[in-house]
Every structure is written in structure tokens, then in C-alpha cells.
Design a protein around this ligand. Structure first.
Ligand code: ADE
Length: 315
């Protein structure tokens, strides 16, 4: 009886894991469309509270539309909530509950978008996905950088001697560290998508400027030891730190932040953006696989306990 049941569960697991990789199924308990912020009856509230206790979302934020296009195409979207002019797409992607949003370009919009997402949805972890300019000789166009930490390279003061960087009031030395487990997951996933030779981990420098200058690239390298530069990562990181939400930033290089940056960005931006999206989906699939095994183990233990009790009663 116990052996038969184990075989039955194993067969179920083998069927469930590949399914999680290719599609997803929503538990009956989870409302297909949740009307966030709507007035609800007490009974519905209670049911939702029970369901959302178990439910968690991975938040996915980008700056531009092309950075989430592929994700939205692949996801099943159940609901779209517009908050502060940003559309939050709620649904499932690669077996995970997700909220996906294009928050806009620059530190203000991305910080506002991240804060609104965390305030309005039960976000367990947050991934920023998109493109960046490569800093230094190490990274080439279409390489991927997984941020280990972020820094605002344009934060500081202007004196008679010019701009002076200031570390600010949060983080160590003005650096905002990403969640280590998410960094490892993102790195593994990036290696699967673009190959080990094209994946780098390191500091991403964020500022409210598109960088297209060899001279400034040198500053980013020398002052911040940066491997990539972009316009949102540190802002989202800072918000996540304040809300204690684990986060990571995944960026594909669309350009080298040099004199040719605009041209390269125009030609390679869409491809780079899709690569980062592929990496995000690979991350979600790995999480789904892990969850399928966890669910299997829980069910197996419950059933074993139940049949032992039945056998004891019958004896
Ligand atoms: N995003 C993509 N390329 C960039 C660059 N060169 N500077 C800032 N943000 C970017």
C-alpha cells in the first residue's frame, strides 16, 4: 500500500515538473482575478486572506516596454491594476505568481514603481530586468551582468571644485547589496541562457544619465569598480532595502556606454532586452521545479502519516 502510493506520487511528480517548465496551472483556491483594492464582502475577504497567506508574488520591474514584452507574451495575465500611471500585470509565468510592471526610465519613476508594487501586492522578491551599458573591457555587447550590489554614481554635491560623490545615508559606502540567493539563481540562469563566458557578476552603477562617454566610463570603473551602468537599479534596490524585500538586477549589455552607445543601443537593445527576459523566465522555472519537489514531499509525508494511522486503527 505504502509502496503503491509512493509510486503513484512519483508518477504525479514526474508529470508535474515538466508541466511547470512549459505551462502553469492555477490552484482552485486562488482567485483567477483578484480585484485589488475593491470593496469585498467579509466572506470573500476571509477566503482571500486564507489564500493570500500561502500566495506570494515575484515582482518583475523594467524601465522600458521592450524589457517586459517577452514576459507579458509568455505570461497568463489575470488582472491589470493601474497605480500612479503604471500598469501592474498580475498573473502566472513559468509556474510562479508574478506581478510585472514597466515603471519608466530613471531613478524617480523606477523607485515610485517599485514602492507602489510592494505597497499594493504581496511581493516576496523583486527582479529588475533590462539592458545596460557595459563598463570596461571585460563586458561586451550582449553579455549579461548580474548585480551583486548597486551604487548611485550621480549622488553627491557640486562644489567650486566640481561634482563630489557622496555615499548618502543608506547602505555600506553607498552600495546596496542584492540578495545572495537571488544573485546565484540569476547567475545560474544567465549561464544557461547565454553561456558562462558571457555572464558577469559585479557592481552596477546607476544615475539619471544615459552614459555615452569613454571619459565617464573610466570614472565609473575607477571610482566605483562598476561593470555596467544604467538608470534604475540602485533606486529600486534602495526601495527594496527600505521595505526589506530581497531583490536582484539582471541586465544585458546593449552598448558599451561610449561614443557609439546610442547606435549600439538602437541596434542591439531589443535583443539584449529579450535575453534578460529569458533569464528571468529561467529563474522562475527553477523556482517552480523546487516548489514542485517541496509540494511532493509534503503530500508524501502527509499520506504516509495517514496510512500509518489507518493501519494502526485496523490492527
Ligand atoms: N541603458 C542602456 N545603455 C545605457 C547607457 N549607456 N547608459 C545608461 N543607461 C543605459
Amino acid at each position: 500500500m505504502g509502496t503503491d502510493y509512493l509510486a503513484f506520487l512519483l508518477a504525479g511528480l514526474l508529470a508535474a515538473v515538466p508541466a511547470a517548465y512549459t505551462s502553469y496551472s492555477v490552484s482552485e483556491e486562488i482567485p483567477a482575478v483578484r480585484e485589488w483594492g475593491d470593496e469585498e464582502t467579509e466572506a470573500a475577504d476571509a477566503a482571500d486572506a486564507k489564500n493570500t497567506e500561502d500566495m506570494h508574488y515575484t515582482g518583475i520591474i523594467s524601465a522600458m516596454a521592450n524589457e517586459i514584452d517577452l514576459l507579458l507574451k509568455e505570461a497568463r495575465i489575470d488582472d491589470v491594476e493601474t497605480i500612479g500611471g503604471v500598469d501592474y500585470h498580475v498573473g502566472e509565468l513559468c509556474g510562479q505568481h508574478v506581478v510585472i510592471a514597466q515603471a519608466g526610465v530613471g531613478k524617480v519613476l523606477s523607485a515610485a514603481g517599485a514602492a507602489a508594487m510592494i505597497d499594493n501586492f504581496p511581493i516576496d522578491s523583486l527582479i529588475f530586468t533590462g539592458i545596460a551599458g557595459g563598463v570596461g573591457d571585460e563586458t561586451q555587447v550582449l553579455d549579461e551582468v548580474v548585480a551583486t550590489q548597486l551604487v548611485q554614481h550621480d549622488y553627491g554635491q557640486i562644489t567650486n571644485d566640481g561634482f563630489e560623490w557622496f555615499e548618502g545615508y543608506v547602505g555600506e559606502n553607498g552600495r546596496y547589496p542584492c540578495d545572495e540567493e537571488l544573485v546565484e539563481l540569476a547567475y545560474r540562469s544567465a549561464v544557461k541562457v547565454v553561456g558562462e563566458d558571457h555572464v558577469f557578476k559585479g557592481t552596477i552603477a546607476t544615475g539619471d544619465q544615459f552614459v555615452a562617454s569613454e571619459e565617464y566610463v573610466k570614472v565609473l570603473q575607477d571610482e566605483f569598480d562598476a561593470v555596467a551602468c544604467e538608470m534604475e537599479g540602485a533606486a529600486v534596490a534602495l526601495v527594496c532595502m527600505k521595505y526589506e524585500v530581497p531583490f536582484v538586477v539582471v541586465r544585458a549589455m546593449s552598448d558599451k556606454a561610449d561614443g557609439n552607445a546610442h547606435e549600439s543601443y538602437k541596434n542591439m537593445g531589443d535583443i539584449a532586452a529579450d535575453n534578460s527576459s529569458e533569464i528571468v523566465m529561467t529563474m522562475l522555472r527553477e523556482l517552480s521545479g523546487e516548489e514542485a519537489v517541496e509540494v511532493f514531499m509534503e503530500e508524501y509525508e502527509e499520506e504516509t502519516e495517514k496510512s500509518t494511522q489507518e493501519e494502526d486503527t485496523a490492527a
